[in-house]
Design a protein around this ligand. Structure first.
Ligand code: ADP
Length: 256
């Protein structure tokens, strides 16, 4: 690694994942670089969401599942006994496909995380809410109606609110599972612009079905196929000189 290469934030080695007898992830080996955007692409059902959830142990909420292999965050194995899973999920936050704000005010949605983490001071909470909404590029649109119900926002605004909610607990890594699939093109563009801002401070891993989005936004791309990563590398290389014919078929829309 040269001196200018981004540091490794997460390392996945020999990862296998099973839902009962379904072998959903097969020997995944990937490095996630710090303050970079890593896109995961591939046909539906090939394990992208499952993989994303292994990065903050969300899969273990699903019964009859089993994992093998190593996932590290800053060099520490997140599956080792004694790992504080609540703290892990604060460090590695998740934004889901459908915006899922609580049916409460905009303010309360963002204040929730810091409160759970024990922040009591009213001023501190207000500052965190404002900072998080600013970082999520939502503040100018909601600053005069912080106490309106979050569900009154457009879907695009709701998704940026969900990003603000994640930012409010100061994560290091943000996992995004098709965050734009419910959004119109303009709202999608706003999220993509926001991702470029966020990557100055955060490491982002995004699952997307939108090839233009992967090509436009990411630094690294992994192509998943039937539970394996067939190809992983710099986005430019994957999109201009894919080594695997199946990657090429997929990104050029000839898949299936
Ligand atoms: P993708 O995100 O690429 O669409 P998924 O990770 O959702 O793929 O799914 C990978 C495989 O795991 C699929 O065969 C899917 O049916 C299976 N799977 C996903 N979630 C569950 C679950 N909760 N229980 C059982 N099987 C699941």
């Amino acid at each position: 690694m040269t001196e200018s290469s981004p540091a490794i934030k997460m390392e996945i080695r020999g990862l296998h994942f099973y839902y009962g007898s379904t072998h959903a992830l097969k020997n995944i080996n990937i490095l996630i670089r710090e303050r970079q955007i890593t896109a995961l692409i591939g046909p539906s059902g090939c394990g992208k969401s499952t993989f994303l959830r292994t990065l903050n142990r969300l899969n273990e909420l699903i019964p009859h599942t089993r994992i093998e292999g190593v996932v590290t965050l800053d060099g520490e194995d997140i599956y080792q006994p004694g790992t504080d899973v609540v703290s892990l999920r604060q460090r590695v936050g998740m934004v889901f496909q459908r915006p899922n704000p609580f049916p409460k005010s905009i303010f309360e949605n963002v204040a929730f995380g810091p409160r759970v983490l024990g922040v009591r001071s009213k001023i501190e909470i207000e500052q965190k809410v404002e900072q998080s909404l600013m970082s999520a590029a939502l503040w100018p649109e909601v600053s005069d109606r912080l106490h309106s119900n979050a569900l009154s926002l457009t879907l695009g605004q709701q998704q940026r609110l969900c990003i603000a909610r994640v930012l409010a607990v100061q994560p290091e890594v943000i996992l995004m599972d098709e965050p734009c699939s419910a959004l119109d093109p303009l709202a999608t563009l706003k999220i993509e612009e926001l991702m470029q801002e966020l990557k100055k401070d955060y490491t982002i891993v995004i699952v997307t079905h939108n090839m233009q989005q992967a090509a436009r936004t990411s630094d690294w791309t992994g192509f998943f196929h039937l539970g394996e990563v067939l190809e992983y590398g710099p986005t430019e290389t994957i999109f201009t000189h894919p080594k695997d014919p199946q990657t090429e078929n997929y990104i050029t829309g000839r898949y299936g």
